[in-house]
Ligand binder design. Structure first.
Ligand SMILES: NC(=O)C1=CN([C@@H]2O[C@H](COP(=O)(O)OP(=O)(O)OC[C@H]3O[C@@H](n4cnc5c(N)ncnc54)[C@H](OP(=O)(O)O)[C@@H]3O)[C@@H](O)[C@H]2O)C=CC1
Ligand SMILES: CC(=O)C(=O)O
Ligand SMILES: [Mg+2]
Length: 597
């Protein structure tokens, strides 16, 4: 037996010696890609030549190559490639390096008059040259994440029909009932591992944007690639375009979605059900991330599918993990343990209640009794404090209803409950006004305040307001980034409490281990891992999350922790590699040009 290893995706095939002659090898290989030859034979060169030829055959030629973003290199094709691929004369003579191309991209972006124009430029680059797009995003993540993600992606979704150039992802409408399998099969890539799906009803804190919400799955998946190195050909954005109740969109001639009120009830559930089952059929085992569904559907859908298929809800579970991580990191500054904190959430929806449940589990893990842990988490919704006497509470809210008079004013609630941490997930800008922040500063040496609502215009307060109204004692984080600012002679740089710190790593851990399900325990270990990665100098500068420039490392550590849970809890379907970390590292995609000839 010659040890000749080939790779098709992540499968290694050992080839018997008798096959290692040019003809039988050719039959055997089919579309299998040669990865390495561990022992040489007289046929090694033949095998290599065949492999190069097969790769070349796969690559589009001539103008089609320049129009294919998966293969296009723009001005970076080598002289040999220009001849072999039929593009000599179709590209300018000068060959640029990817570094030179990145410099051009950055120059163009920085010249744009506003962030929406930067978004349009970047997304057009994604349409032209994916390698360059992901490389520039990865290497300039602090500067560019606010463009492809919150806050600018919010504005892009609001303008989606007006800035639309090329379609991205799959749109599924009520008329597609009975044929969703065939729609998914239309997608050009067959090895999909991660799907982000929305129905556009609660896009960030911007409400119902219908099919224009597609910008969110597209943006989230760009971050899976940039932040965790999951190859873009393995990701799929999906919008369930079930209509919209947004009158402005319905009357906008440039709206891209179906013009009808939202589908509700059994028909809606049946459409989602067909989609989820179609995914199992066409892309078995793919991770489904539910994103920006409205409250009325999000809880129910997660409940229905979480034990049946590989899925999670990012707004509940991803946000929960980043919130818990932020609290752990804050405790490194304030001292004490989580189970002794009193936490007041303003907003009792997906993000708030999801975080509440995970925090309760974390307090229990520290030795608190379940009721004791629950009694330390308080919630306010649009009607005020969630208290026992209220008779308008959903079961999810009731689980956090405690004995207390109904209070509608957050400042009053702070004065009465004396929370150590105040967490905004209400989508209501300015709800943490001077009175609320001052009340927090009165009852804490180091008040913890998270204004997690997105985009920036929906934040409960700004970073500067949080500092100014607490004499600079606040430990602050926000869902969308705030620029560094000067406060009392020093530069304050605050952290971004956003689920982007969690979902890419969780996704990488899940697909590496082939986990059948995504469990709360996975989000718990993700939170702990994230908090541990905050450096003393981050804390010193006012940041309770690691710098985004370390996001790949963060995602890798989270992936490792998540994969450990999958193996430990019997959820993995991929055999455990001897060296799990090395294995995960080997799967991480780094955007660079492949030599085609
Ligand atoms: N930073 C991050 O990573 C994330 C941030 N978010 C942000 O969190 C926000 C909320 O998202 P989500 O939980 O999914 O939305 P939901 O619609 O599920 O919940 C919103 C909650 O806010 C409450 N609310 C509305 N107005 C007020 C008010 N004036 N005072 C107090 N509470 C109020 C609502 O009350 P009622 O129940 O009475 O309607 C509801 O409980 C969004 O802006 C979103 O962008 C979400 C996910 C991740
Ligand atoms: C960040 C995010 O998922 C949200 O605001 O919905
Ligand atoms: Mg979201």
């Amino acid at each position: 037996m010659y040890r000749v290893d080939y790779e098709r995706e992540d499968m290694v095939i050992r080839v018997p010696r008798r096959l290692v002659d040019a003809e039988s090898l050719s039959r055997f290989l089919g579309d299998v890609t040669l990865r390495s030859l561990l022992e040489s034979t007289e046929h090694v060169e033949t095998a290599r030549r065949m492999e190069r030829q097969r790769r070349l055959d796969q690559i589009p030629k001539g103008i089609a190559l320049l129009r294919n973003p998966d293969y296009n290199k723009g001005t970076a094709f080598t002289e040999e490639e220009k001849d072999a691929l039929g593009i000599r004369g179709l590209v300018p003579p000068r060959v640029h390096t990817i570094q030179e191309q990145m410099a051009r991209v950055l120059e163009n972006i920085r010249r744009k008059p506003n962030d929406l124009e930067k978004y349009i430029f970047l997304i057009s680059l994604q349409d032209r040259n994916k390698t360059l797009f992901y490389r520039v995003l990865l290497e300039n993540i602090e500067e560019l994440m606010p463009i492809v993600y919150t806050p600018t992606v919010g504005e892009a979704c609001q303008e989606y029909g007006h800035i639309f150039r090329r379609p991205r992802g799959i749109f599924i409408t009520p008329d597609d009932r009975g044929r969703i399998v065939s729609l998914l099969r239309n997608w050009p890539h067959k090895d999909i591992r991660i799907i982000v799906v929305t129905d556009g009803e609660r896009i960030l804190g911007l409400g119902d944007l219908g099919a224009d919400g597609m910008g969110i799955p597209v943006g989230k998946l760009a971050l899976y690639t940039a932040c965790a190195g999951i190859h873009h050909s393995r990701t799929l954005p999906v919008t369930l375009d079930v209509g919209t109740d947004n009158e402005a969109l319905l009357s906008d001639p440039l709206y891209i979605g179906v013009r009808r009120p939202r589908l509700r009830g059994e028909e809606y559930d049946a459409l989602v059900d067909e989609f989820v089952m179609a995914v199992q059929h066409v892309f078995p085992g793919a991770l489904i991330q539910f994103e920006d569904f409205a409250n009325r559907n999000a809880f129910r859908l997660l409940q229905r599918y979480r034990h049946r298929v590989c899925c999670f809800n990012d707004d509940m579970q991803g946000t929960a993990a980043v919130t818990l991580a932020g609290l752990y990191a804050a405790l490194r500054l304030t001292g004490g343990s989580l189970k002794d904190q009193t936490i007041l959430f303003v907003g009792a929806g997906e993000a708030g209640l999801g975080a509440g449940e995970l925090i309760v589990s974390a307090m229990i893990a520290e030795g608190a009794l379940p009721e004791e842990a629950r009694s330390r988490c308080w919630f306010m919704d649009s009607k005020g404090l969630i208290v026992r006497d209220r008779d308008d509470l959903s079961p999810h809210k009731r689980a956090f209803a405690h004995a207390h008079p109904l209070v509608a004013d957050p400042a009053e609630a702070v004065a009465s409950l004396r929370p150590t941490a105040l967490i905004g997930v209400s989508g209501q800008p300015g709800v943490f006004d001077a009175r609320v922040l001052k009340a927090m500063a009165r009852v804490n040496d180091r008040p913890v305040v998270f204004a997690l609502s997105n985009p920036t215009a929906k934040a409960e307060c700004t970073a500067r307001e949080a500092y100014e109204h607490t004499d600079g004692r606040v430990i602050f984080a926000s869902g969308s980034p705030f620029e560094p600012f000067e406060y009392r002679g020093r530069t304050v740089r605050t952290g971004q409490g956003n689920n982007v710190y969690i979902f890419p790593g969780v996704g990488l851990g899940v697909i590496t281990s082939g986990a059948r399900q995504v469990t709360d325990e996975m989000f718990f270990v993700a939170a702990k891992t994230l908090a541990q990665m905050v450096l003393p100098e981050d804390l010193e500068a006012g940041m309770i999350f690691p710098r985004l420039s370390r996001i790949r490392d963060v995602s890798l550590r989270i992936a490792l922790a998540v994969a450990h849970v999958a193996y430990r809890d019997g959820l993995a379907t991929v055999p455990r590699p001897e060296d799990l970390e090395a294995h995960i590292r080997s799967l991480v995609y780094y955007p660079d040009y492949e030599n085609y000839v």
